[in-house]
Design a protein around this ligand. Structure first.
Ligand code: ADP
Ligand code: ZN
Length: 742
């Protein structure tokens, strides 16, 4: 970027009445940017953070360009101040506008995501340090030298200034001793600007030796980084093929060019092993960004990204809105993951928006996965994306052997969920000293509790959902809104005592069954209930690696990227679970999850075995699991989507209406249906109750707009919604490319 020569730059305010106008975007859900006046003495440019009056308050916004309106001179308000923060780069401002237009969100609502580190906008506080006085002769006369004071003076006599925590630790004294010395003038206090907080990753740190296949893929990716242009590459590699090691080389290439790298991970807190490997490759940790970060960490990370000090950032989807200015590569790991879709607030798909971000910056994107999404597959076929393949597991590891167990004739009792074949396999695996993983994507003990006397079912008072029993906590919980209540002794409906029965399994119930089969086994349960925060996940991973756990039982959380060399058996308790419901991607997603879970087995020398319990062994998903023929399955999915004109062969947008008042929701839905757009390749489905017809006390109705691929849905929607008056007690939300059909 060119920096103008300061002496040659025209200074604002050189004329007597020079006041210019510009537009400022505020991080609020308003229709657009507002015009403000800049008075003589203030120098501001595009992207600068400024404080401006809004009504009776002062708000911080971003200079978005030249003024757009023609507000009266008398009415236009002045910019109050420019903040001492790095300006928002142009590429990010364009991205904010792009996302707003695409998702039909107010630009200010999108900007808010880019400013989601309010403290970062004020410069970091200086750090107070203490040092010895320059000249021993300046020591205050008559200073009482206690042993504690002597130690402080001794520490400072040698070496650089120390911060209070360092000094008290090194000298083994309390803060009052240091303060006393400073007050007496025996040591000097000095405020220094805070130093660098993030060590730069070293691209030339000794790395693993890549196999020839990995080397070829890495080289192609590095070429793209070196070309410094936009390109998208699918890194399509089987589980355990070393995709991470390969894309690390693209990061190294970006670093060598003095550029930044962004890695998106679907569930950042749960990937401690990823961080170990990063550290091994680059000799230091990356900068981390996710929504659970503390304010102080958020501020450090945000500023470090803006100043360029942060070289590699790994984050959840919100990291896309960080103020990168020199991105050299963006990596979306596990690109097929549904977790990349944000459905609340501004709805966007982080994989798709990563591609937009990279395009606006002009850098390559790498999509890594063992099970590419249908969208990505089609983009490869249309030659919009390149594809690199890693068809083999690294080293001697082979793909696991998958077999299905038909649960229709398993002969199990109503309270048993593990078929004899799986019981036997896990008993044998335990005897052989190997680890087993049992996968069931359901938290808690049982998904439904009912009264045997009257048939009453426990339902959430504010959602159309059953309450899930959590036996460890003795609670009934709603997994949608968090409602919970103690498990009652008697049925609240008929008051019969000891008449409650549970139906179906959750992971806790499976743990109970396993314990009964192999009482000597050491069990671990891994769900979001047992794994609160990254430390808990790290500890669980450690205990598995150290072989302190024999059988791991978990939800989707166990599927994510873990590499456990001694895990050789995977049991999928209920493979059919994700297949019900009207979700467009139900089969695809089920396949991806099952494939990923199966991919945890046999990642090292010992071969892996996967047992899939299913009621529909003939289902294409199960067939694909058994045969390992991903292509045939995906082709089938592709054909059916193409035949129905579903994405990516058509476009889809959801309109979700919600209201506490069911009649109001129905009325609004009907009004929307009446003014629905029409056209040759336009179809409006609904209104219908959303599958979760009630959520957090809100009645929900849904319409789906389905169009041909060449028909942009945004103008249609804008036009459609502008004809409708939304009553105060209802809300309308638009979700472009919906993934969640709840
Ligand atoms: P994927 O992401 O494709 O599932 P990973 O990158 O997790 O595969 O690699 C699987 C395992 O193999 C990891 O433990 C990784 O460190 C190891 N590995 C991959 N490639 C190499 C290599 N070239 N040298 C040493 N270890 C490797
Ligand atoms: Zn609920």
């Amino acid at each position: 970027m060119d920096t103008p020569d300061a002496t040659a730059a025209p200074l604002l305010g050189s004329g007597a009445t020079s006041s210019k106008r510009l537009s400022v975007l505020l991080p609020l859900p308003l229709a657009g940017a507002y015009d403000y006046r800049v008075d003589d003495d203030l120098v501001v440019g595009d992207g600068d953070f400024v404080a401006v009056p809004l009504g009776s308050r002062e708000v911080v916004g971003v200079v978005w360009g030249d003024a757009t309106g023609d507000v009266d001179d008398a009415k236009i308000k002045p910019v109050a101040a420019r903040l001492d923060a790095p300006p928002l780069p142009e590429s990010l401002r364009k991205f904010v506008d792009w996302v707003a237009a695409y998702s039909l969100s107010p630009p200010g609502a999108v900007l808010r995501m880019a400013m989601n580190a309010r403290e970062a906008l004020t410069p970091p506080k200086p750090v107070r340090t203490y040092s010895a006085v320059d000249d021993p002769l300046n020591m205050p006369p008559g200073l009482r030298i206690t042993p504690a004071r002597k130690r402080v003076l001794g520490v400072l006599a040698a070496g650089p200034p120390r911060t209070m925590p360092d000094l008290t630790r090194e000298a083994g004294v309390g803060a009052s001793v240091v303060k006393g010395l400073a007050a007496a003038g025996a040591i000097s206090a000095l405020d220094l600007p805070p130093g660098a907080t993030f060590a730069p990753p070293d691209p030339d740190h000794p790395a693993v030796d890549l196999s020839d296949e990995q080397q070829d893929a890495a080289q192609s990716l590095c070429h793209q980084v070196d070309a410094e242009g936009f390109a998208v590459t699918l890194l399509d590699g089987v589980t355990g093929s070393g995709k991470t090691e390969v894309y690390f080389e693209a990061i190294a290439a970006a670093l060598r060019r003095g550029r930044q790298a962004l890695v998106l991970l679907p569930e950042i807190a749960l990937t401690p092993q990823w961080f170990d490997r990063f550290d091994r490759r680059f000799g230091t940790a990356p900068v981390v960004w996710h929504s659970d970060l503390s304010q102080s960490k958020r501020r450090l990370a945000w500023r470090a990204v803006a100043t360029g000090e942060a070289r590699v950032v790994v984050g959840a989807r919100s990291a896309l809105f960080l103020p990168f200015d020199a991105l050299g590569v963006v990596i979306v790991d596990e690109e097929h993951e549904a977790a990349y879709k944000q459905a609340d607030g501004v709805s966007y798909h982080a994989r798709d928006m990563a591609i937009v971000r990279a395009q606006l910056i002009g850098c390559p994107v790498i999509l890594a996965t063992a099970t590419p999404s249908l969208e990505t597959r089609v983009n490869v076929a249309r030659q919009r994306y390149d594809r690199l393949e890693l068809p083999q597991r690294f080293g001697v590891a082979k793909p696991p052997l998958v077999e299905a167990v038909d649960m229709r004739d398993s002969g199990l009792k109503a309270d048993e969920f593990l078929a004899p074949a799986l019981r036997q396999a896990l008993t044998e695996n335990l005897a052989a000293g190997e680890q087993t993983l049992l996968f069931l994507n359901r938290r808690g003990y049982a998904p439904l509790t009912l009264c045997r006397t009257c048939g009453h079912r426990f339902e959430c008072p504010s959602c159309s959902a059953w309450l899930v029993e959590h036996r460890f906590r003795r609670q009934l919980q709603c997994h949608h809104c968090g409602y919970n209540a103690p498990v009652p002794k008697a049925c609240p409906h008929c008051e019969a005592e000891d008449s409650l029965a549970v139906c179906g399994p959750g992971v806790e119930r499976i743990a109970e069954e396993v314990q009964a089969i192999v009482p000597e086994a050491r069990l671990g349960v891994m769900t979001s209930d047992t794994m609160r925060g990254p430390e808990a996940a790290m500890e669980m991973v450690r205990t598995i690696e150290a072989r302190e756990i024999d059988i791991l039982i978990g939800t989707q959380m166990v599927a994510k990227g873990h590499h456990f060399p001694h895990l050789t058996l995977v049991g999928i308790v209920d493979a059919d679970m994700g297949l019900s419901g009207g979700d467009l991607r139900a089969s695809e997603r089920t396949y991806q999850v099952l494939h990923q879970v199966a991919g945890r087995a046999g990642r090292a020398e010992k071969p892996g075995r996967v047992i899939v319990q299913t009621h529909q062994p003939e289902h294409p998903v199960m067939q694909a699991m058994i045969s390992g023929d991903r292509e045939a399955f995906m082709q089938l999915e592709e054909d059916s989507r193409a035949a129905g004109g579903w994405p990516p062969y058509g476009r889809l947008a959801a309109i979700i209406i919600s209201s506490r008042d069911g009649a109001a929701a129905d009325g609004l839905a009907a009004a929307l249906a009446r003014s629905a757009p029409t056209g040759a390749d336009i179809q409006v489905l609904g209104p219908a109750p959303a599958p979760l017809a009630m959520l957090r006390g809100q009645h929900r109705r849904r319409l789906l707009l389905k169009t041909g691929r060449d028909q942009p849905v945004q103008p249609l929607l804008r036009d459609w919604l502008s004809q409708i008056k939304v009553p105060a007690r209802a809300r309308v939300r638009v979700d472009i490319d919906p993934y969640n059909f709840l």
